[in-house]
Write a protein that binds this ligand. Sequence first.
Ligand SMILES: [Zn+2]
Length: 160
Amino acid sequence: MTDDRVGLGVDIHRLVEGRPLILGGVAIPSERGLLGHSDADVLTHALCDALLGAAGLGDIGTHYPDTEERFRDISSLRLLEDTVAKLRGSGFGVVNVDATLIAERPKLTPHFPAMRARLAAVLGIEPERVSLKATTSEALGALGRGEGIAAWAVCLIRRA
Ligand SMILES: [Zn+2]
C-alpha cells in the first residue's frame, strides 16, 4: 500500500536594514534582509515545517529552537538538510514541494531557477519537483507595506 503524506508550512519574517536577503538558500540583491536567529530564510523554514508536519515529526521551533547558540546565523539549508535526514530516518522520501512567497519587493521570479536548483539538491529531488511562486499583498497590511516576507509551502512525502 502506498503511504503518502501531505504537509503544510507557513512562516513570516520582518525585513530590516543591515541583513542579507536569503531565500531558498540564494542571496538576493536587496536593500533589506530578513531578521531572525538563523539566516531567516523564510521559504526554507516553511519547507522544513511542511516536511516535518507531513511526517508527524513536530515543527521547526521544536527541532531548531532560536534560543540555541549553534543555530545563530546558520544557513537554513543546513536545517532543511537535517529535516530531510529526519524524514529518511522515518522511512520517508520527498515527492514534491510547492511554495508561494508573499513579498511586495524585490522581484523574486528571476531568482527562482537558482532557488529551485539549490532546494532540489538538498531535498534529493529534481528541480521540476520544486515549484515556487510569488505574489504580493496588494499593498494591504504589514506585508503590503513591505515590512516583511511570508512563505507558504506544501509537500508530499512517501514512505519507501
Ligand atoms: Zn522562520
